[in-house]
Design a binder for this molecule. Structure first.
Ligand SMILES: Cc1cc2nc3c(=O)[nH]c(=O)nc-3n(C[C@H](O)[C@H](O)[C@H](O)COP(=O)(O)O)c2cc1C
Length: 327
């Protein structure tokens, strides 16, 4: 009820302003919500060698700069994926770049990785080494890095965040950085991951522990099962299926340009999940269009090991998390 009232007011505001307020609320609200005991009906999950207290996670892009993840964890998530972080700070695309489509329970974004940059985010994370939640860091190249140097961006980010993250997520699937999805062609992905895995292995040796590496795929690639197999062959530990879609069908024709998320993405994301699970042989985190506890059940029944949400949290608030975990 409270979230509904807050949401009504929030939805009168510019989406980015409302989002910033939500992050502040998550930050300052943390002591309150942690004080309240919460029983999780859901079971712990072991995946990628990590112990998750429950299968529900917050998808990348909500807490891009790692300012609010502890408060978001207190909402109940078993894992929070911050980022996507870029090596150097960048502003992202000009505004407006985030739109709500309330009657469809959808968002369309063209943010283009606004980021405080790796150094600032790393310093923020290093203040809180002790944590109760699994922390993933999603990494991606700067917009002005030429394609031939994108690998170097990922390598720098691996060196920076391997010591600070429980897992790293390689973002090759945002539609809002020009040409990024070229890295999702099987040959390009294989070459990229070969070098990334070498660097990850070096970091793991230095740290004396595993550094799980996940690859986040787009729902728009033609053969996601084959891409999953490429990632498995290269030595990745898991997949996230997936990112927002640029596709528009009869149901979504007329929506703005950019990455579509939320309810209309659900059927496509579920189909891609099935294809990847059939083809990849790696554990898969389901993401895309999960708006209800039933959606979570369906994704887990389809074989996903964990489930992430973003747009569902925007439209339904913490109630969705409670419905999933306690309902
Ligand atoms: C405003 C916005 C920003 C996002 N930023 C990122 C990002 O930086 N990195 C990333 O991997 N995914 C990003 N995503 C994609 C989400 O993590 C998720 O894959 C997608 O929204 C589908 O899930 P949903 O339907 O539950 O929202 C973003 C999504 C939205 C709506």
């Amino acid at each position: 009820v409270i979230y509904e009232a807050v949401r009504r007011v929030g939805f009168l505001l510019d989406p980015e302003v409302a989002h910033r307020m939500a992050l502040v609320a998550a930050r300052v609200g943390r002591p309150l919500s942690t004080a309240r005991a919460r029983r999780h009906r859901s079971h712990p999950v072991t995946a990628f060698g990590l112990s998750f207290r429950n299968p529900l996670g917050l998808a990348a892009g909500y807490d891009k700069d790692g300012t609010a993840w502890r408060g978001l964890a207190a909402v109940g998530f078993g894992h929070v994926e911050i980022g996507t972080v870029t090596p150097r700070p960048q502003r992202g695309n000009p505004r407006p770049r985030l739109e709500r489509i309330p009657d469809r329970r959808a968002l369309v974004n063209r943010l283009g990785f606004p980021s405080d940059g790796a150094q600032v985010v790393a310093r923020r994370l290093s203040r809180h080494r002790q944590r109760k939640v699994i922390l993933g860091v999603s990494i991606g190249p700067n917009a002005d890095t030429p394609p031939s140097r994108r690998l170097d961006d990922y390598l720098v980010l691996i060196d920076t965040f391997a010591p600070l993250a429980d897992y790293l997520a390689i973002n090759v699937s945002s539609p809002n950085t020009a040409g990024l999805r070229d890295l999702e062609r099987p040959d390009a992905l294989a070459a990229l991951l070969r070098d990334i895995v070498v660097r990850r292995d070096e970091a793991a040796r230095r740290l004396g522990r595993a550094v799980p590496l996940l690859v986040k795929l787009s729902p728009d690639s033609e053969a996601p099962g084959a891409l999953g197999a490429v990632a498995a062959d290269a030595g990745a530990d898991g997949l996230i299926v997936g990112n927002t879609t640029t596709a528009r069908d009869g149901m979504t024709a007329g929506l703005p340009v950019g990455g579509l998320s939320g309810e209309p993405l659900g059927p496509l994301a579920a189909r891609r999940l099935d294809e990847v699970i059939a083809g990849a042989g790696l554990p898969v985190i389901a993401c895309g269009g999960v708006m209800t506890a039933d959606d979570v059940d369906q994704r887990l029944a389809a074989g996903a090991i964990l489930v992430q949400i973003y747009t569902g949290l925007v439209y339904r608030g913490p109630r969705l998390v409670h419905e999933v975990l306690d309902g």
